[in-house]
Write a protein that binds this ligand. Structure first.
Ligand code: FES
Length: 170
């Protein structure tokens, strides 16, 4: 039987209702950035810093208050990788899918993370403990397949080791 670490994940549809205090603070950020070069990016960065991510509701508020088309703002925030529409986990798992790691089983690690933890690339576990992204090389191809949890690199990883590796992060 699966253990309680099966957490599920959520992607871009995650939106929390923003409270009035947060909405007021967003409006203050917009007012402060008014007329500045790159204001939509600056505002989006500050709002992400305030909330921890950029939910759709926040993007709608920014677009409306700054009088820019929502599609334009969405295009900007989709272009830059530092923007995220989903909450990020406490730990970022980076699984390498560069050539060497892919050949040695990187995709099997991704498949196991989905099967065992409900965690998909660009997703976050519902307990917000882990986020997952794929990368193209972590610089230690001779020890592939490789994954990193925050700054800790785990080498020659087998899918059956994942539960033990992740349980070491509290
Ligand atoms: S290809 Fe994975 S570490 Fe280089």
């Amino acid at each position: 039987m699966e253990q309680s670490t099966r957490t599920g994940s959520h992607k871009a549809k995650a939106t929390n209702r923003l409270d009035n205090r947060t909405l007021d603070r967003i409006k203050e950020i917009i007012t402060a950035a008014d007329g500045q070069a790159g204001a939509p990016i600056r505002v989006s960065q500050e709002v992400q810093g305030l909330i921890g991510h950029l939910p759709l509701e926040a993007l709608d508020v920014i677009a409306k208050e700054m009088r820019i088309p929502p599609s334009e703002l969405f295009g900007i925030t989709s272009f830059y990788s530092f923007f995220s529409m989903v909450p990020k986990g406490k730990y970022l798992i980076q699984v390498c899918l560069g050539t060497s790691c892919y050949v040695k089983g990187g995709q099997k690690i991704i498949d196991a993370l989905k099967k065992e933890f409900g965690l998909e690339p660009e997703g976050t576990t519902s307990d917000r403990k882990f986020s997952l992204k794929t990368v193209r090389c972590l610089g230690c191809c001779g020890l592939s397949p490789v994954l990193a949890v925050n700054e800790n690199v785990h080498r020659k990883v087998k899918p059956r080791q994942l539960r033990e590796i992740l349980s070491s992060y509290q």
